[in-house]
Structures are given as structure tokens and as C-alpha cells.
Design a protein around this ligand. Sequence first.
Ligand SMILES: [Zn+2]
Length: 384
Amino acid sequence: MTNDLLRPFEGNPRYLVVPGGLRDVHVHFRDPGVPEAETRVTGATAAAAGGFTCVTTMPNTTPAGDSPEWLREQLEDASLPCRIAPSACITRRRLGREVADLEALAAAGAVAFTDDGAFVDDAHVMEEAMRRAAKLGKPVMQHAVVPALLGAGVMRDCAVARRFNLPVMPPEAETEAVRRDIAICRTTGCALHIQHISCAGTVELIRAAQREGLPVTGEATPHHLLLSCDDIPDDDANWKMAPPLGCREDVAAIRAGVKDGTLGLFATDHAPHPAAKKAGGFRTSANGIIGLETAAAITWQVMVVEERMSPKDWIARWTTGPASLIGETPDPDSFTVIDTQANRAVDPDSFKSKSRNMPFTGMRFAAWPVLTVLRGHVTSKTTA
Ligand SMILES: [Zn+2]
């Protein structure tokens, strides 16, 4: 079956076959909690359309994912067009005060622990969590931002921040969080994964930690690779996410980190919201943008076309990189086919996601997924 599906693309240099399918270790499906933004069904359908065969859902749902029951719900529907390998909370109710029952969560199927959307600010709580996660052989994934340094910051210092007098985030809010967690990694030996990196200093800290032999990894999102805060056109919350877009030097450092392997994986941080939650400008709107259906196109453009990274390394950042973080190997019966010359503009009307919050509308990219196969079954097919 799989071989038959591949036959039309074999030997045609226009098509790139990605064995194992694309994987994303960072998605928000708002399920349970906000079905008008996304559900597991619409999220998995959007993932398949984006070329993904496995995604890791974040536990910042309502209620928070701190129980085996929550994990069972994430895993209950085996017929979804994309497999879910869920993460679970580091702390009870994601409040950062008391470590969750990590042992029960791991037994129920959590592939990693994270309080994503919030930083575990108490170093003692984080150290206990990392000691216990290390014993379970599971990584801890950190949303690295020190709240006291972030303050009310909604973007980095840039022209739009000054024009609208918006509070800014200093890069130290991220780098100090990363510095603290690397120190805890050193004492606990727990695998530490830094989510959605936005600062050059973070890339350098991770590079140094890896040189030291510490089990520290980091992810680059399509938006932090493509855009800088200087691209923000207006007080438009479709450009608002946490952490915010970095400056041009940050973008260059994140690209260099992906290219040299310091950042071994891409991840979307797909964060759907209803339009009303994004209507109020930077100061009051929700954080986050959707990204599953544009992820392959953007990362190919940035890293392969502009930065001359090899297609083989691009594949690794979407397959073996994320798989090894969560202790899996790519599935031989799943794959994605990318048309590297599709040359299409981003059209939100074509999205399978329930939400439309993102800044990419109308941007043109060369490479788009055309076929996604999960365990021998076609889950998405695009006809040119
Ligand atoms: Zn986050």
C-alpha cells in the first residue's frame, strides 16, 4: 500500500518524500476548553493538511492536563488523521506550586512534562520535577520566561512598541530562565527542552550546555525563524505571541542554531484563538498564532532556500529531532510528500484549522505538502 502511494513521486526531483511524516512536539488543540478555537478533530485535520503524522498536545487546556483522565481523553480517538502523543503538566493545575503526579502521568501516556504558557518560577519545584522526570526517562519542556523580568511586556523593543507606547519584554526574561534551568539540568541530569526560542542569548546558552555534555535541546518555530519585531506593521494582535518576535540579530542566531544543529527541531506552537480574542491589539489580546498548515512552507523557505541548509537536515528537524526528544522512532508506514515547486500564497480560506489568527496571509512560499500518509492511510491530499 505504502509503495503504491509513493510511486507517482519517485524519481521526480520536484517532490521530496519525508519518511516517517512530519512531527510537531508543540501544539495547542484547546480540547477540552475552547471548542470554538479548535478541537482534537479539527486540530488533527489541520495537522494532516500540514504534512504532520504525529503531534504533541500541550496541557494548558481547561481543565489543565494534570491527570491520567485528561491523558486518556487525549488518546481515546485512534481514528484521528494525525496521531497525538500528549504532554502533561509539570505542576498541579499548572499553578507552579506543587509537582503533579508525574509517575501516574507517565504511566497514562505522557511523553513529556510542561506547564507551557507559564514558566515554573519556583526553582525548588522545578528541581523536584526534574529529579522525578529524570527517573521516568521523560523530558521537561520549559516555556522559559521569568515573569518578574517580563512584567507586562507584550513585544520586544521596536518601532511599533514605541509608536503605540506598548510595554516591552527584555531578552533577559528568556535568557535568565534558560540559565536557571540549565543549572538544574546539571544537578538533576534531566533532559531539558527549551520551547519556542526567541533570543540569540538562548541559542548561545544551549550551545554551551551541549558542549558541556548536558541533555539540553531547543526548538525553533516557523515565525521566530521568518519574522522579526521590525516586520510588525501595526498594533495588530495577529502578530502577537509569547515569547514575542525577536529582533533581526535574534532571527539570524536562531537560523544559525538550526543550521548547525544546536536547535535540533522545529515546532509550530500552533495556538488557535477565535477572532474576538485577537481584536483588541497587543495590549489586551491573547498570545499565539496558528501554524500547522504553513509550517513546512515557511521552514523550507527560510532554512533550505535562504540559508542553504540541506533538505536532509530539514527533514531531520521535522522527523528524527522531535521523535528522539519524546523517545520515539519514525513510523515506517507514515510519510509526507512535499512539492518543492508548488509556489503558492498563504490562503486562510484553505485552512482546516477552525482559527485564522496568524500574520502570514498572502505571503508566497515554494514548498507545500501534497500528500500525508499515516500508517498506510492517506490523511491529506492536495491537488494542484
Ligand atoms: Zn509556550
